[in-house]
Design a binder for this molecule. Structure first.
Ligand code: FAD
Ligand code: SF4
Ligand code: SF4
Length: 483
């Protein structure tokens, strides 16, 4: 019923409403309200059903966006769910936390002059509604296979691969050093962007589909109570996927950088997420990782920094400032999140970098210097240089370092010198095969790409699973050929 579509000329874009600031600052619940059926249908009908849909081209999963928008507009919600789930393992999560302004919605052809279709919000609605209706079912493979797969890391990359392999009937085992499933989706990303129940219900569904989870089990160099040696893992399974993410915080130097009160972003966010999940967190209770009543300065301009400032607000900080050496237009974080943070009372100190941290035992202030943007380098990014005689001091009794993450040195940690890494420490894999330098050991997600996005980890996990399946399928033929 094409006449239901193309309504963008008469129907305005309407994103889901946000909760009012005074209310949302008091808890860690998501700030966006849900579309109801009628809003989802109406907003979907704005799509012009492009012959070459740029929204789909710019979605890392190449989701069939025009198809599920049309089905939603026509009220065929179960079919919309099935089309959406065919290309995305966690559509309701991507609908919540993808930077849509840079991906699908930012490339919607009706954006210019009319505002894009609200793709993310509809995607989220379709699967949330499917859960409510009982349409989301555990995996029941058509046939079982004997081959066993070991997946290290229960983040989006590992989980997407686990689901794809289980669908094909493999015996899938997922190992994670954390006690919960989800990787950065459970302990990194705060509840106000992604409520934890959304992640936990996915875990329950995957477990119901007979994926075996081994939580609190890290992979390391030797077998112990808490760790399994990488070599043991290889003996246990026919193929391995490494999806361990990147966790080494970039360091911050300068005078006073060893003073108390300077904490790592992920420690701060993990403590907060654990508290929300009801865990006991001594470093939160002692105040070490708690912003309540403190003057907080967050250093960095990415999504992690945005999550820290907004977490500090919710913990009841006295003041929250974000120090970033470039300007608003050149920050890596999502502008939508900057706007949300500003609404919640965060002050951005653009074009400023820390020079020194003041205080004897514990930090009392950050000595900073103004920066100016210079000429673009070979990559097109403008350089930043300090402005002479521009020093100033910000009062601070908690400083959060959010400067990004690098991979841990896996070949050393796992005593696997032959596991090849790039000069950035990420695992090297075949461009198409996703296989590392070790036969039968594949890798996907941030540990291959460097710090990236959930949607890219899902894409890599799916692609790596397809390659593992192909490799496993070819094995008997290879063995026979070798005889
Ligand atoms: P991860 O999610 O990091 O999962 C890796 C898993 O491997 C973890 O569970 C870890 O415990 C486990 N592991 C690591 N080493 C071992 C070992 N030796 N043994 C056993 N287990 C191990 N992306 C977005 O798209 N939108 C956002 O809004 C967004 N916000 C973010 C906010 C923060 C604070 C951070 C840090 C990241 C954010 N990202 C966001 C990025 C996104 O979370 C990551 O790109 C994505 O989670 C990567 O998925 P992954 O599966 O590769 O790794
Ligand atoms: Fe857009 Fe992300 Fe959904 Fe793709 S997965 S359609 S980029 S929100
Ligand atoms: Fe619809 Fe926009 Fe995608 Fe075109 S680009 S198919 S209008 S959502």
């Amino acid at each position: 019923m094409a006449d239901r579509m193309l309504q963008f000329v008469s129907i305005e874009q309407h994103q889901p409403d946000k909760r009012v600031v005074a209310e949302r600052k008091l808890d860690f619940d998501e700030i966006y309200r849900h579309f109801d059926v009628s809003q989802a249908e109406t907003q979907s009908s704005r799509c012009s059903q492009c012959g070459v849909p740029f929204c789909q081209v710019h979605c890392p999963l190449q989701n069939n966006i025009p198809d599920w928008l049309k089905l939603t507009a026509e009220g065929r919600l179960q079919e919309a769910y099935e089309v959406s789930a065919a290309t995305n393992n966690f559509p309701e999560i991507c609908g919540r936390i993808c930077p849509q302004d840079r991906l699908c919605e930012g490339n919607c052809v009706i954006e210019k002059g009319f505002d894009s279709v609200t793709i993310g919000a509809v995607e989220r609605f379709i699967t949330d509604n499917a859960w409510e209706q009982g349409w989301v079912k555990p995996i029941r493979p058509a046939r079982e296979r004997d081959a066993s797969i070991g997946i290290v890391g229960a983040g989006p990359g590992g989980l997407a691969a686990a689901e794809q392999m289980r669908r094909l009937g493999y015996q899938v085992h997922v190992y994670d050093r954390y006690d919960r499933v989800g990787g950065l989706m459970i302990y990194g990303i705060p509840g106000f962007k992604l409520e934890k129940d959304i992640v936990l219900r996915r875990h329950a569904l995957l477990a119901e589909g007979a994926i075996n989870f081994h939580l609190g089990k890290g992979i390391g160099a030797e077998d112990s109570d808490t760790e399994i040696a990488f070599s043991t893992l290889r003996e246990r399974h026919d193929a391995i996927l490494l999806a361990t993410g990147v966790y080494k915080s970039r360091a911050l130097g300068g005078p006073g950088s060893g003073v108390g009160g300077l904490v790592k972003a992920l420690d701060f966010l993990t403590a907060s997420n654990r508290r929300s999940l009801g865990d006991s967190v001594p470093a939160f209770d002692s105040g070490e990782l708690n912003a309540a009543g403190r003057n907080v300065v967050v250093i960095g301009g990415g999504d992690t920094a945005m999550d820290c400032v907004r977490t500090a607000v919710r913990q009841g900080a006295k003041s929250v400032k974000c120090l970033y050496r470039r300007d608003r237009a050149n920050m890596p974080g999502s502008l939508r999140e900057v706007k949300n943070a500003e609404e919640e009372g965060v002050e951005f100190v653009w074009l400023a970098a820390p020079e020194a941290f003041l205080g004897d035992d514990t930090v009392t202030g950050v000595r900073a210097v103004r920066m100016k943007l210079g000429l673009p380098d070979a990559s097109g990014r403008q350089s930043v240089d300090p402005v002479e005689q521009s020093g100033f001091t910000l009062e601070a009794d908690l400083v959060i370092k959010a400067l990004g993450f690098d991979p841990e040195p896996l070949p050393t940690l796992w005593n696997q010198p032959e596991l090849e890494v790039s000069r950035w420490g990420t695992l090297k894999v075949g461009h198409v095969s996703f296989m590392t330098s070790l036969p039968g050991v594949f890798a996907a997600g941030d540990i291959v790409r460097g710090a990236s996005l959930v949607v890219w980890a899902i894409r890599d996990g799916r692609d790596a699973a397809a390659q593992m399946h192909q490799w496993l399928d070819a094995r008997p033929a290879l063995a026979v050929a070798a005889e």
